[in-house]
Design a protein around this ligand. Structure first.
Ligand SMILES: [Fe+2]
Ligand SMILES: [Fe+2]
Length: 236
């Protein structure tokens, strides 16, 4: 995906035509999204360590490193959008890192990947796809389209790794993974709908808390449940 200098300039012009309050809200929301993308770079660095520790195949390791590069690009593009709304360049500061190494057992790596990859990346891909369809801004739509495609590929990578881990570890992995999936579903189902408006700032690629909650619930109950059921041969 190539977004030209002209595309960015036009986004800048459109941003300048907004009221100061709306611009500030958009700069804040897009900065938060960018920081989330930036943190994902670290998540893939940790995932790569887990892959090394469990002896995962080189193509999975390569895909993990590529995914880390995707996240660098997502962060860069999202900060660029945030900067257009802020009217000055924004970027990340130092990232607080976890003190401990990630769980490097096969079951621990597979469990974390199921939660953060199979489930969370599918939720992210679906959200970005909807946000891309809802925005009326072509530059933002291009960025969100790219993010959605990449996150869907990251979810696929997670399924590939967990599938490999099940083959490698055999039936001992199935029960802990089924439990992790069940617990995760239960945790999502316990969430109640947040207050606040739907569709707020939707034209500018921002997904409201309520929209996020509804999209999350839909995709979990359909795509995610089916994919996990077929991988784990039944969740209940
Ligand atoms: Fe991302
Ligand atoms: Fe991702």
């Amino acid at each position: 995906m190539v977004i030209s200098t002209d595309d960015w300039a036009r986004l800048g012009e459109r941003a300048r035509s907004l009221e100061a309050e709306v611009r500030a809200a958009l700069a804040w929301r897009w900065s938060n999204a960018a920081l989330g993308e930036h943190a994902s770079i670290g998540s893939f660095a940790q995932f790569s360590l887990q892959l090394l520790a469990v002896g995962a195949p080189p193509e999975v390791l390569r895909a993990s490193h590529r995914a880390g590069l995707d996240e660098i690009e997502h962060a860069r593009l999202s900060f660029r959008i945030a900067s257009a709304f802020a009217g000055s360049p924004l970027g990340p500061g130092p990232l607080p890192l976890p003190r401990a190494m990630p769980d490097t057992t096969l079951v621990g790596a597979a469990r974390a990947t199921l939660i953060e990859g199979c489930i969370a990346e599918t939720i992210s891909a679906n959200e970005a796809q909807h946000a891309a369809a809802w925005t009326t801004d072509p530059t933002i739509a291009a960025v969100l389209g790219q993010i959605s495609e990449d996150e869907a590929r990251h979810a696929e990578l997670a399924y590939t790794f967990v599938g490999w881990a099940i083959q490698t570890g055999g039936s001992t992995l199935r029960d802990p993974l089924r439990k992790a999936a069940r617990d995760q579903f239960a945790a999502y189902e316990r969430l109640s709908a947040p207050a606040g408006p739907s569709m707020e700032l939707r034209h500018w690629g921002v997904v409201s808390e309520l929209d996020r909650f509804e999209l999350q619930r839909q995709v979990l109950r359909s795509t995610v449940r089916l994919a996990l059921e077929s991988m784990l041969a039944g969740l209940d």
